[in-house]
Write a protein that binds this ligand. Structure first.
Ligand SMILES: NC(=O)C1=CN([C@@H]2O[C@H](COP(=O)(O)OP(=O)(O)OC[C@H]3O[C@@H](n4cnc5c(N)ncnc54)[C@H](O)[C@@H]3O)[C@@H](O)[C@H]2O)C=CC1
Ligand SMILES: O=C(O)C1=N[C@H](C(=O)O)C[C@H](O)C1
Length: 250
C-alpha cells in the first residue's frame, strides 16, 4: 500500500521537530517536506504532500493554510490563536476547496482531550468552576488554546444544563487577579521554567471540590494524536475542530 505523504511546517520548533521524527518513524507515512521559517511554501506542492502538519505560530498559520487549501493539501493544525473571525475565513477557503480536510486540535494528547471531556461532564454538577493552565515560559500566547477550548466547552455544558453563574463576591481586584474571562469561566495562566504543558480544572460544590488535572511531560505526548489526525483528515473533508471527533468522544 502506498504511504501517506506528509509535510511538517514549523519543523525546527519544539513540537515540529518531534513531529518530524514521529512521521519518519511511522511505517505508513513518508516525510516529504520539513519546512521552517523562511522556506518557500512552493516546496509543499512540489513535494506532492497530501497532508501538512501545521505547527508554527499564530502569526504564520493563516498564510500557510491559505496555501494548503489553494493546492488541495489537507492540514492537521496544532497552532493556537483561533478566533471566530479566523475560523470563518478558514471555512470560506474550505468552501472553495471541496474535498479538502482540516483538523484543528487545541491539544493532541489523549489526556488533555479526556480532561476536556471530563470537565464538560462535571461542570453542570458544581456551583463553581475555574481553569488553571501552566506552561513553559517560552509560550507566546495566553491563555493556552487548550484552556480556552476547555472553558468554552464548560460554558456550553453549563448553559445547556441551565446552571447559574458561579458565585463570586469579588468587589475590588487588581487587573488580572481573577484571570481571563472566557465565556464566563475564569482562566488563569502560569508560566514557569521547568514546566511543559499542564492544566487543572477546579470544580467546587457544597462541602466538596473536584480537580481534573493533566500533565504533558514531553512533546511525545502529542505524537499519537498528530499521526491519527493525519491518517483521518484525508478522508474527512471540511473543518474538524478537536481531536475528540476522531476518537468517538464527541
Ligand atoms: N495542539 C497541540 O497539542 C500543541 C500545540 N502547540 C502549539 O504549536 C505551536 C508551536 O509551538 P512550539 O513548537 O512550542 O513553538 P516554537 O516557537 O518552538 O516553534 C514554532 C516554529 O515555527 C517556525 N515558523 C514560524 N513561522 C513559520 C512559517 N511561516 N513556516 C514555517 N515555520 C515557521 C518557527 O521558526 C519555529 O521554529 C504553538 O502555537 C503552540 O501553542 C504546541 C504543542 C502542542
Ligand atoms: O505552546 C505549547 O506548548 C502548547 N500549546 C497548546 C495550547 O496552547 O493549548 C497545547 C499544549 O498546551 C502545549
Amino acid at each position: 500500500m502506498s504511504k501517506l505523504r506528509v509535510a511538517v511546517l514549523g519543523a525546527k520548533g519544539r513540537i515540529g521537530s518531534e513531529a518530524v521524527r514521529a512521521v519518519e518513524a511511522a511505517e505508513d507515512m513518508e516525510l516529504v517536506a520539513a519546512l521552517g521559517r523562511g522556506d518557500g511554501l512552493e516546496a509543499l506542492a512540489e513535494s506532492g504532500a497530501q497532508v501538512a502538519v501545521e505547527l508554527t505560530t499564530p502569526a504564520s498559520v493563516m498564510d500557510n493554510l491559505d496555501y494548503c487549501l489553494r493546492h488541495g493539501i489537507h492540514a492537521v493544525v496544532g497552532t493556537t490563536g483561533w478566533t471566530d473571525e479566523r475560523l470563518a475565513q478558514l471555512n470560506g477557503w474550505l468552501d472553495a476547496s471541496p474535498g479538502t480536510g482540516v483538523l484543528i486540535a487545541p491539544n493532541f494528547s489523549i489526556g488533555a482531550v479526556l480532561t476536556m471531556k471530563f470537565a464538560q461532564i462535571a461542570a453542570p454538577y458544581f456551583e463553581s468552576v475555574e481553569v488553571v493552565e501552566l506552561h513553559h515560559p517560552n509560550k507566546v500566547d495566553a491563555p493556552s488554546g487548550t484552556a480556552t477550548r476547555t472553558a468554552q466547552l464548560i460554558a456550553q455544558a453549563r448553559q445547556k444544563a441551565g446552571s447559574a453563574p458561579a458565585p463570586d463576591a469579588t468587589a475590588t481586584a487588581l487587573d488580572g487577579a481573577r484571570g481571563a474571562n472566557v465565556d464566563g469561566v475564569p482562566v488563569h495562566a502560569i508560566r514557569l521554567r521547568g514546566l511543559l504543558a499542564h492544566q487543572e480544572v477546579l470544580l467546587g460544590g457544597e462541602g466538596e471540590t473536584l480537580t481534573v488535572r493533566h500533565d504533558s511531560l514531553h512533546h511525545s505526548s502529542f505524537m499519537p494524536g498528530i499521526l491519527l489526525g493525519a491518517r483521518q483528515v484525508v478522508t474527512t473533508p471540511g473543518l474538524t475542530f478537536g481531536l475528540e471527533h476522531f476518537l468517538d468522544l464527541n
